[in-house]
Design a protein around this ligand. Sequence first.
Ligand code: MCN
Length: 741
Amino acid sequence: MLPRLLHVAFVRSPHAHAVVRRLDPKAAQAVDGVVAVVGPADLRAQPLAPQLAGDGFRPTAWPALASEPRFCGEAVAAVVAASAYAAADGAERVGVAYDVRPARVSLEQALRDDAVLFRRTHRRGDVEAAFASAPVVVNETFSHGRLTASPLEPRGIIADWDGETLSVWASSQTPRIMRTALAGALGLDETRVRVQIPDVGGGFGPKMHVFPEDVAVAALAMRLGRPVKWIEPRRENLAAASQAREQRLEVEVAADAGGRVLALKARVVSDAGAYHVYPITAALEALGTANILPGPYLTPVYAYEAIAVATNKPPLGAYRGVGMTMGAFVMERLLDLIAGRTGLDPADIRRRNLIPREAYPFTSASGQRYDSGDYPKALEQALAAVDYDGFRRVQAEGRVRGRLLGIGLACYTEYTGMGSAVFRGRGMREVPGIEAAVVRVEPDGTVRCATSFPSQGQGHATTIAQILADRLGVALERIRVEPADTAAAPLGSGTFGSRGAVSIGGTVTAAAERLRPRIAALAAHLLEAGVADVVLEDGRAHVRGFPERAVTLTEIARAAYAPLFGGLPSGLEPGLEATVYFDPPGPTFSGAVHVAVVEIDPETGRVSILRYVLVEDCGPVVNPTIVEGQIHGAVAQGIGEALLERIVYDDTGQLVTGTLMDYALPTAGDVPSFEIGHLETPSPTMPGGIKGMGEGGTIGAPAALANAVADAVAPLGVTITALPIAAERLARLPRPPQRKV
Ligand code: MCN
């Protein structure tokens, strides 16, 4: 705990759109312990205004404290006090007079008002000709509700200004991006801001953003000359952190009589909320969906329009699977709809459309260069594991007795491991795109590693230690992976977009490869042996065939930092340290085939997941336990997304789901056992062939579950076009005539 630490509570707008007419701090100032009450005019900070290069972008400016709040829950004032309790009491007593303005709450209204923040179009091939001659055309509109990432630990930040340097400790995924943003907002040189990331209790995307609260806390620390802390209460996390997904997709697909997709047309509209999020802007969700929609399927012709519209709701930001979850949901539903129209089995239609292994590298109709994959094989592996034909027999028997049993398939591909070229290609300026690490063997033989990308629970420290132990021949206990700190590690971007594994490969592994020959050369010098004869293992170096002729890593390192009599061999520099900067040459595309088997209770509409089988491909797996753990967590989130989670606003923009009693997260009872198979098609471009996978489960699960539920209710003439599929919408479904859910 820092001495003289103060605590912040924010006063938040109860209106979705209003102008603050008057702020009365007096009652708050009278609360015991309150040190300051500040409003928008008191803070010297520039708003967060991320940029996007190219046409079709309308910028926004998100102020640290708003004089015209544009969503219910936006911060309009801050109270700083000696304790968090006093700050909260003070915040309740700040008098705010608002002029309430009309709120635009729905995506449809925003479209009518032409309130467009971002628009981009794309076209490949002769779309009109493909549709004109196609024997099968399916039109459908799909939608996805709003949801939120719900990390166990909400947002949190401490800032301290010593007159020279602004020190920040934050629960963030992006230390460098936060440093740049804070420096920009506060008018400081970047080097005068130091961002440290201690253990983070979950991020899942929103913590890649820099928020007005971060700027406000930092500005308050500078204004008051004392350290200031803010820990976000859960209610504020639900009301004022970035949210995710809300989207509508009008799509038209043309196919031949054999179910082969000929062409795709899509209009993707996401409800981006009131502001662009820093640094990725509102383009992320709509563009991500539009670009991934063709999935791992041949789909030769494609046109899309991707739009993000402004409403009076919190900004839409990153959440595990961003863009891709909706893309997979829509494409997988479409395939099942075409299968229905052409009389094909869902497995067969995928067999006909999947890109064969030999066609990789494959440029998709949206222009993505898929580097590797073998989806036909993954599909067969998954179908065999679930005993697909066997289930169809069980299902047929069950249907006779009125059981609502269903099986759903989903094949998805996802972009992972993106570098600067991808972000620049999307027009994003504020995402550097590179990563870096320094690995140093200390004079006592401890191996220290500091990286530019912090961990939020993905197990980076374990993976890094495992790699260093392996490459440098030292025990795991001798390795220390430092928390991210912009003053102690070289600069990169952060952990998002499943870039961690690829970045570890490109930085830490590369640094170890640089250090290993230097350690061997030093050892050879100390042992008076040839380098080729030196063996590094168990924290020692010995001469091959003579285990007793050995020096410890400590002795080697000591010599590197304090050369012995006679000095170092010529050509060898003192010190044992390697710094590597890496710009991933990606994206690299990983993916999986998910299969869900469900049964729906006809009375309550509750969906029980009877089996969950998947076959994933992230290239060579560095740590199988972590990879499976990531899959478990991501699929659990995907189950919540498919069946339970929904942020609801009323017609005036009031948040209805303001607590976790109203916003339903999945519990252990909703999550089945997983049956996971692996397939390895290494990336030809990434170091070690590694591909990322941390988001995959959240991409595959909603699509597979939607198809499984749709399959279960198909005999009732019901189709699934919206997520989440809430139980109440499946309860007591009438027998035909047809109805949409
Ligand atoms: N891994 C591996 N072999 C591979 C690929 C990955 O062993 N071939 C390991 C990696 O070493 C890493 C983990 O699996 O420990 C995830 O790697 P990767 O897929 O590269 O993803 P990132 O490390 O970049 O993590 C980000 C990703 C994203 S985008 C979100 S959102 C997310 C996620 O991972 N947020 C998480 N998983 C999370 N897990 C936890 N516990 N908390 C979050 O906030």
